[in-house]
Design a protein around this ligand. Structure first.
Ligand code: TMO
Length: 314
């Protein structure tokens, strides 16, 4: 009897130790959470916003400049911990490849939906009757209004940096039979797109640029061209004929697979984190309209939006 009791007591003691150990939440590792910086404003501001929230929880963070396609392989390998703006149109294929290879987890979507496509400031609609329907671009009199000194006599599409979509837009011009009248020029960076908007307005000339939403241009008189609808597999890189516009896309989050184990509290916060179109547009506007640095924009955004981000902590 005594022997039995003794055994029972020890077993119960051990059980209660294990139980309380599992009730007490494991603390986040002090190893830095590695956050990538890319080359458009909302992404960089949001890096510092999320880094600021992690720091408010007692975590250490580190920022690294990263290519916006290669970053998913870096997350898979664990060199980068998170991605907070996975835009479907630009990065969906790289995201899928890394997730399927293992090591990268889909951490859910922001509330905001996305569109990444060619468009124009509203004042140029008069230059091209029939816009925003893409078939308006078949008219040579329309294209002639978008010729620039560097466009070889064709109407010019100013696309973003080639790292975002590779040859998607040149392929689309060809697929839609527009390449006799239109050509694609790649911008060196996002700032070149906004400089072109300013210059075209000042000079009263037409311009078609790549743009996206959420962005600071939301509600500022920018219209996206209506191309034939996107469907899975329509792009040449996916084996399609290329006769499609960009998707009504997701804006996803991704994490390295170990993150929920190494930093359970931070990972839980990041899973909950979700921004709307207006949150993200405001982050971009603090930089691209108000001229703040990305870091200052993030501090300002955090200070003004505690009611938005504090609930992600619970
Ligand atoms: C990925 N981007 C927002 C530039 O389209």
């Amino acid at each position: 009897m005594l022997k039995f009791l003794k055994g029972f007591t020890i077993t119960a003691l051990l059980a209660s130790i294990f139980l309380s150990a599992s009730i007490v939440k494991a603390a986040d590792s002090k190893k830095p959470i590695v956050i990538p910086l890319h080359n458009w404003s909302s992404q960089v501001v949001m890096s510092y916003v999320i880094g600021g929230i992690f720091e408010s929880m007692g975590n250490n963070v580190e920022y690294v400049s990263a290519d916006s396609q290669a970053v998913y392989e870096s997350i898979r390998q664990g060199d980068v911990t998170i991605s907070h703006e996975v835009w479907q149109s630009a990065f969906g294929a790289s995201f899928d490849a890394a997730r399927d290879a293992g090591g990268l987890l889909d951490w859910g979507d922001h509330e905001a939906r996305t569109l990444e496509d060619m468009g124009y400031p509203n004042w140029v609609a008069d230059l091209c009757p029939g816009l925003p329907d893409w078939t308006a671009l078949k008219n040579p009199d329309c294209a002639a209004n978008f010729v620039t000194p560097d466009s070889g006599g064709k109407g010019r599409w100013l696309e973003g940096p080639q790292s975002w979509h590779q040859d998607l837009m040149p392929q689309r011009l060809e697929a839609l039979g527009l390449d006799d009248l239109w050509m694609v020029k790649f911008a060196g960076g996002a700032d070149a797109l906004w400089a072109e908007l300013e210059a075209a307005k000042k000079e009263g000339r037409g311009t078609i640029i790549f743009n996206w939403t959420p962005n600071f241009t939301d509600g500022a008189g920018f219209t996206f061209i209506d191309f034939p609808p996107y469907y899975d597999g329509c792009r040449p890189v996916d084996g399609g004929d290329g006769k499609c516009g960009s998707p009504d896309g997701y804006l996803k989050k991704a994490v390295h697979e170990d993150f929920p184990d190494t930093h359970p509290a931070a990972a839980a916060m990041f899973k909950k984190l979700s921004f709307t179109t207006s949150h993200i547009g405001a982050m971009a506007a603090l930089v691209d309209v108000d001229g703040m640095t990305h870091e200052d924009a993030a501090k300002t955004w955090l200070a003004n939006n505690e009611s938005v981000w504090k609930p992600f902590l619970n």
